[in-house]
Design a protein around this ligand. Structure first.
Ligand code: IPD
Ligand code: CA
Ligand code: CA
Length: 267
């Protein structure tokens, strides 16, 4: 295993321990609203600290962006870690056991290492640039579905951007009419990991943040899939408007999305 992936795994497991212990003692969880329908708990913050401590100990000069604590500039800007300590906080708060720790490393702006860890199921999704993607050490691959018929798509609702509700529902309607079914499980990093593992055939969501998608994107690419914005371009890293699937299925998904794009969703 690449030494930096090894550190990412150590960091994810240590955050996972913090999260699982707290999940078993829900009465000690303190919830705070940080925006519209957007929550943070003391557990998100503790888990993020555990990750940062592990990375800083091994690589004190690297830069880090954490969802909860922001940018930690290091001397070495070529190495940038992108962390979501608890992806699926709403599930966590409601006692739904579906959430993950997401850690990615970019080297000179390119995704290089990725970990998405589901601490409840003990499922560790990993990828290293050019080396494929694994689940608990076993190779995973994107399902090379060619059509929506029979496909299951994962998605996330635009609950923080309700002004997009009409466009979203129009896309959902067209896609749902053709697919076998849809899933809204509540953790974008796991949605992408499930695309990588072939558990779902594709994924789409608006307005995600870099920490939601960075690790999942490398997992999908290394598992033989593609990640784009809603127009098939590469602005998803900025806009957060994200589609992921096999190349063939992604093209089909984009065809159904296109008629419902507003100007702001084309970015
Ligand atoms: C959220 C989850 C959710 C997605 C949201 C994200 P958080 O992350 O990934 O599935 O729909 O857009 O913000 O806030 O739980 O880290
Ligand atoms: Ca997240
Ligand atoms: Ca989070």
């Amino acid at each position: 295993m690449h030494p930096m992936l090894n550190i990412a795994v150590r960091a994810a497991r240590s955050a996972g321990n913090v999260i699982v212990r707290a999940f078993e003692q829900q009465d000690k969880v303190e919830v705070e609203a940080k925006g519209l329908n957007d929550f943070v708990t003391n557990v998100d913050k503790l888990a993020e600290q555990a990750i940062i401590d592990t990375i800083k100990k091994a690589y004190p000069s690297h830069s880090i962006i954490g969802e909860e604590s922001g940018v930690h500039d290091g001397e070495d800007q070529d190495y940038q870690w992108i962390i979501d300590p608890l992806d699926g906080t709403t599930n966590f708060v409601k006692g739904i056991p579906h959430f993950a720790v997401s850690i990615a490393l970019k080297v000179k702006g390119k995704l290089d290492q990725a970990v998405v860890f589901d601490p409840i199921r003990g499922e560790l999704f990993t990828a290293s640039r050019g080396k494929g993607a694994q689940l608990n050490g076993f190779r995973i691959r994107v399902n090379q579905a060619k059509e929506l018929n029979g496909a299951v798509l994962a998605t996330g609702f635009p609950f923080k951007q309700k002004h997009h509700i009409d466009s979203y529902l129009a896309m959902f309607k067209d896609l749902f009419a053709k697919t076998a079914d849809m899933r809204r499980a509540g953790s974008a990093s796991l949605d992408l990991a499930y695309v990588a593992a072939g558990r779902v055939d594709g994924f789409f969501e608006f307005g995600l943040k870099p920490w939601d998608t960075a690790a999942g994107e490398l997992l999908v690419i290394e598992a033989g899939g593609l990640v784009t914005d809603l127009t098939g371009g590469h602005n998803h890293t900025k806009s957060g408007n994200t589609v992921a699937a096999s190349a063939r299925l992604l093209k089909t998904i984009l065809t159904d999305i296109r008629p419902h794009l507003t100007e702001s969703l084309k970015k």
